[in-house]
Design a protein around this ligand. Structure first.
Ligand code: SF4
Length: 349
């Protein structure tokens, strides 16, 4: 896709005129997100939280359990590259804390115990998160996902993958799976700017993401786009414009990640050489609020901040206190008296 200039972005960032950041202007409409949007959601939340959706659907607390089923990724196995994305540790993005030696069933059973103890969860979603979880022949995918679905109290599946790992035979199978069960496909699009995708060494462009989202949605499969905030070189306006792009692509869910620096990554080397700065906590919380205000209210928010894990995180260390950040975001939306999609409901002035 053609890279957008800041003056273009000003037009696509919905419903805002003048200085975008930080948004300190007076806001009206203190009604809750639920009242304003007609969605039944937690009164405390001013955005369409995925956890609320799960509670509505299943009538109990549902927690995701991350599973590492031994996938790899074309950006690691030499098909595209062996280096991987610059933010990715050697075991694939999001694989920390998973006991890879256990079977899929074993990992889920292990996770169930933890989630029951920690969150009093009653049902679970098997979350195939590490590496690219459609990067195997269909027969093997069928065997792994059938095994996960069969575990008692598993309510559904989330499969995370790259946009260039979705051949038609895989989509045929995922369409079938989606028709039979509660199912989401999570796509790492990361940025809508090709220069950023190059910097991140993603080895696909934004056109590839756009095409993948359209093909997945045409099958009736729910798609959650994974976006990184804080990519070096992206301006705040450019980051906010991604909310408009996600609206345009009509995704069903969004997962926001703060760019964080993990040990053993290219990003860590760059950080060590002083080539990048990480965001401050309040800056990130403000940015997330601005982003949410520009995102369609129907889009489910799967996550608002990354979770790097104690052992491998270099920076920013404040991101380890996930609940503090979520509370800060809630408090800031409350202070502004705004909610997800706030600016979309108002004409440009
Ligand atoms: S696509 Fe995913 S698993 Fe592959 S290198 Fe990038 S972050 Fe890591």
């Amino acid at each position: 896709m053609k890279e957008l200039q800041d003056h273009d972005i000003r037009r696509v960032v919905a419903g805002h005129q003048g200085s975008l950041l930080p948004d300190q202007g007076p806001h009206r409409n203190g009604d809750s997100f639920a009242l304003q949007t007609g969605l039944v959601t937690s009164p405390a939340k001013r955005y369409n939280a995925f956890s609320d959706e799960l509670k509505r659907l299943f009538g109990c607390r549902v927690q995701r359990i991350s599973v590492d089923a031994g996938f790899t990724c074309p950006n690691r196995d030499g098909t595209l590259d062996i280096e991987g994305c610059i933010f990715c540790g050697g075991h694939g993005s999001g694989s920390h804390g998973i006991l890879r030696t256990l079977s899929v069933t074993g990992q889920i059973e292990d996770g169930k115990e933890v989630m029951r103890r920690k969150y009093k969860a009653a049902r679970f979603i098997a979350y195939f998160q590490a590496y690219s979880n459609t990067y195997m022949p269909v027969d093997r995918l069928r065997s792994l996902f059938t095994e996960a679905s069969a575990v008692i109290d598993v309510a559904g599946l989330i499969i995370a993958t790259r946009p260039d790992c979705l051949p038609d035979d895989v989509l045929d199978y995922l369409e079938e799976l989606s028709a039979q069960s509660y199912f989401w496909l999570e796509l790492g699009i990361q940025s809508m700017y090709d220069t950023s995708l190059e910097l991140l060494n993603r080895r696909h462009d934004h056109a590839c993401s756009v095409d993948a989202i359209a093909r997945v949605r045409s099958r009736g499969i729910k798609v959650c786009a994974h976006v990184i905030l804080g990519v070096p070189g992206e301006t705040r306006l450019q980051m906010l414009a991604m909310a408009g792009e996600l609206n345009r692509l009509d995704v069903d869910g969004v997962k926001l990640h703060l760019l964080h620096v993990m040990k053993g990554t290219k990003l860590a080397e760059m950080y060590g050489r002083g080539e990048l700065q990480v965001m401050g906590r309040d800056e990130y919380a403000g940015l997330v609020c601005d982003f949410l205000e520009r995102l369609e209210p129907r889009i489910l928010i799967h996550r608002l901040t990354g979770d790097g894990g104690h052992d491998n995180l270099i920076a920013p260390l404040w991101s380890l206190k996930k609940f503090e950040i979520l509370n800060l975001i809630d408090a800031e939306l409350e202070r502004r008296e705004t909610h997800q999609g706030h600016f979309l409901a108002r004409p440009m002035r």
